[in-house]
Design a protein around this ligand. Sequence first.
Ligand code: AP5
Ligand code: MG
Length: 227
Amino acid sequence: MRLLILGASGAGKGTQAQAIAKHFDIRHISTGDFLREEIRPSTALCRAVKRLIDRGDLVPDELMLSIVHEILEGDDFILDGFPRTFAQALALDEICGRLGSPIDMALNIHVPDDDIIQRITGRKVCPDCKAMFHIIFYPPKQAFTCDNCGGTLEQRPDDTASTVRHRLKIYHERTVPIIDFYDRQNLLISTSGTGDVEEITQNLIELLEAKLLVAKLEKKMEKGIWR
Ligand code: AP5
Ligand code: MG
């Protein structure tokens, strides 16, 4: 199964993608995590990319496409943080077409902007196992320590209130239009990302399974009618 997860910064893409990947036993690919891990500030290009990420700007499409092309090969996945622009959405279609494995469904999580600032500024991330915490909503049992692996929790450099406002502005301008791109292909599942994390996961899984079943039945009917 090949899934996308869309949503604003802090909507819970990473939190939900981790749970969905576990449920379906598929890879969770986060382009944000990939950039933070792989881009070491050892070259001028890497330093330039890090500056873009830290101030909340998008990394250029050409660079993102070369990265995604490499990491999409292989088994099933849920892709988090890509596409973010119309050009990326078109290129993803083309890459998946070439690999012979189209995207099955795009999940979209909606959270009001006012809630996002609180979520992002309180987020703590484990750099080792990528587990996500929140100082108020999902605090770790021991301050600064990951419940899963004991790693020391960190705050991302781009998690400041002013950077989040900038990331939200870019999200509305550049990424929101591609929600409609998947809706028009009947590949979109949209749900609210506000409330209990496990309930949101359960809701997404149920909507996804129902929509995949309908799509399968529709394909069978099409074949039956045309024969
Ligand atoms: P990326 O890492 O993808 O950041 P983002 O899209 O801004 O999203 P976040 O990771 O901040 O939030 P999230 O939706 O994953 O929420 P989370 O689950 O953590 O990208 C970073 C940067 O890399 C970009 O700005 C750009 O520079 C670059 N980049 C990446 N991909 C790119 C691309 N395709 N093209 C160009 N540039 C690219 O949750 C947030 C917090 O809320 C956590 O603390 C969590 O515990 C809490 N939380 C989660 N769910 C709930 C809930 N239901 N209730 C309360 N709290 C909750
Ligand atoms: Mg994330």
